[in-house]
Design a protein around this ligand. Sequence first.
Ligand code: ADP
Ligand code: MG
Length: 159
Amino acid sequence: MSDTPFSQTLSLPDEAATGRLALRLGALLRPGDLVALRGDLGAGKTALSRALIRGVTEPDAEVPSPTFTLVQTYDTGIGPLWHFDLYRLSGPDEVIELGWDDARAEAVALVEWPDRLGPLLPADRVEVELFHDGPDARRAVLTGHGALAARLAAADWTL
Ligand code: ADP
Ligand code: MG
């Protein structure tokens, strides 16, 4: 049963809607979970991550994009959280050096450009793919794979 992914398309008419999606998502994550964030440059992967991280830390928390550092770590109300941007990753070996195994063992991982993980991408995961739908509008395809399918299916995604 958990082999069937749960998938839902959500309309995000403005950035506030993306923020609401982020809060819903943050509320059901726990250490060991991974959220793969897909979409073109400017689609809103960092904006969604920032809203999610602020929702589980402080509303005005500093949340820099990990574009250059590749990873930023946080202590949050749902445990440690590691925010990755793997665009500049040379290959899966480099993410191991960043502490990937520790992140997976004890933290929530938010991963922009998850295709860079290659075989390290876990089967149990949440996928959020963001598409431009206008200057401030986006569409999100939210998918729960493996053990995350049932958890996502049980939540209310009315934004
Ligand atoms: P990415 O990380 O996918 O490259 P960013 O999150 O850095 O993209 O940038 C998204 C940009 O789009 C931000 O400037 C954000 O303010 C803007 N934006 C406008 N509307 C939305 C929306 N509905 N959801 C997310 N971001 C939006
Ligand atoms: Mg980004």
